[in-house]
Design a protein around this ligand. Structure first.
Ligand code: SF4
Ligand code: SF4
Length: 181
């Protein structure tokens, strides 16, 4: 399998410093609005701050890959005496919950590290977090070419999983016909 060089971007989360202000969610949803910065809706953010005030938990989680299947089981974590519920740390857009799904279309949302042209110096959520919870870094790594899926492929895959390839192709054909007319 062919190898390509890929820039791996990471955001380290120091969750102990998070106060749940949700500025990161606001900035992310606004940045990804169409047109950019035209609206704010944290339900469209690619970062979600899990908030459990009774247990003193504020936990920023970034939207990861779409998955068509639920896990076979669930995990609980206890860290420094705090119990973290099932699914707290999971980044997937999956069928068992609404997290990381575009609220109108249901399509999966995925953190893109704020891909933009020209590129941002740092992802927007990192820039707006005043408590230094989020720290950005980059490194180069060799990866298999086939494993690199872009957002369009992920969205298409989720539509195929939900409606089937035949329905999707029929829909695309109908849309093309309308374009031609
Ligand atoms: S902006 Fe920073 S402090 Fe505020 S919720 Fe997000 S990660 Fe936490
Ligand atoms: S890196 Fe960008 S896309 Fe990802 S959660 Fe932060 S603001 Fe949203």
């Amino acid at each position: 399998m062919a190898k390509i060089n890929k820039t791996i971007k990471t955001i380290t989360v120091d969750a102990d410093k998070c106060n749940g202000c949700r500025a990161c969610e606001i900035a992310c949803s606004s940045f990804h609005a169409e047109p950019k910065y035209s609206s704010v809706n944290p339900a469209r953010a690619r970062i979600h701050v899990i908030t459990d005030r009774l247990r003193g938990i504020w936990l920023p989680i970034f939207a990861g890959e779409y998955t068509p299947a639920e896990c076979m089981g669930r995990n609980k974590y206890i860290i420094n005496g705090k119990e973290y519920d099932e699914c707290y740390f999971c980044r997937a857009s999956c069928p068992s919950r609404d997290r990381f799904k575009e609220p109108d279309s249901g399509l999966p949302l995925k953190c893109d590290m704020c891909e933009d042209d020209p590129p941002l110096e740092e992802p927007l959520c990192v820039q707006v977090c005043l408590n230094d919870v989020l720290t950005y870094a980059e490194r180069e790594e060799e990866v298999d070419e086939d494993t690199v899926l872009d957002d369009a492929e992920i969205a298409l895959q989720s539509l195929i999983d939900e409606y089937g390839m035949d329905v999707l192709l029929d829909t695309v054909n109908r849309m093309l016909q309308k374009e031609v007319e």
